[in-house]
Write a protein that binds this ligand. Structure first.
Ligand code: PEP
Ligand code: MN
Length: 266
């Protein structure tokens, strides 16, 4: 059986758009924002900062799949309303994570729906998202092989939604010094296997704010079609993932460094 992914051979120029942002293997877009939407002031402040630095899209989790049930679970529906407020007030397209099929209608104003690492093989969710018209950012499962990752993308494509972005966000290995191990080789490998754009999330891949800049640079040179970076104006006060958040000033520097490297990209 021929899969939708094998379509690569005659679709090297596959692209789609979210607002003014064009996604494709030969494009490069930066998504930035907090791990979680915490308040109106927080999301609007960060949205303005990252947009000014050159971010193409604003991220912010409203439904947070946390390891502990006692950790901040996100502002849920209210969070999505605040994200949409930031979108209209600041003028930047948005992305947020879905965790449950029945929530799809809550994401009407969100430009890209994110499927997180924990749901990469939630096949019923993938099938429903395949029926939707929204672009989907599919994050690699924490212990998913490249084949499993691609088959999850295939679930979405097979239902008729061609607009999928793959996200390498690190995999679990024996190494505990970093939150996960960033599988940089997956970027050029996936480029050779599929027509879909592949971005890097250095934040969840490393869990350490001082590693975000070098891994963003490495991802760009390895041939990624974008980055997703967690940014917070006050990382020590963030309600989730503060250890891996970079400040708006660091983000500003990162955007310049990465853009300078793009001509060297694989
Ligand atoms: C996130 O991007 O907010 C997130 C929870 O990431 P992951 O699913 O990769 O852990
Ligand atoms: Mn996070």
């Amino acid at each position: 059986m021929t899969t939708y992914l094998e379509y690569k051979n005659n679709s090297n120029n596959f692209t789609f758009q979210t607002g003014d942002t064009v996604w494709g293997q030969n494009y490069f877009n930066i998504i930035a924002g907090p791990c979680a939407i915490e308040s109106e002031e927080q999301i609007i402040h960060i949205a303005k900062k990252v947009k000014k630095s050159g971010a193409d899209m604003l991220r912010g989790g409203a439904f947070k799949p946390r390891t502990s049930p006692y950790s901040f679970q996100g502002l849920r529906e209210e969070g999505l309303k605040l994200l949409n407020l930031a979108k209209t007030e600041v003028g930047i397209p948005t992305i947020s994570e879905i965790v449950e099929v029945s929530h799809i209608n809550l994401f009407e104003d969100v430009d890209i729906i994110q499927v997180g690492t924990r749901n990469m093989q939630n096949f019923e969710l993938l099938k429903e998202l395949g029926k939707s018209k929204k672009p989907i950012l599919l994050k690699r499962g924490v212990s998913a092989t490249i084949h499993e990752f691609l088959m999850s993308a295939e679930y979405i494509l097979a239902e008729g939604n061609p607009n999928v972005i793959l996200c390498e966000r690190g995999i679990r290995t024996f190494e505990t010094s970093t939150r996960n191990t960033l599988d940089l080789a997956s970027i050029p490998l996936l480029r050779s296997m599929t027509h879909l754009p592949i971005i890097v999330d250095p934040s969840h891949a490393t869990g350490k704010s001082n590693l975000i800049l070098p891994m963003s640079m490495a991802g760009a040179v390895a041939g990624a079609s974008g980055l997703m970076v967690e940014v917070h104006h006050s990382p020590e006060q963030a309600l989730s993932d503060g250890e891996q958040a970079i400040t708006p000033d660091t983000f500003d520097f990162l955007v310049q460094k990465v853009k300078d490297l793009l001509p060297l990209s694989y």
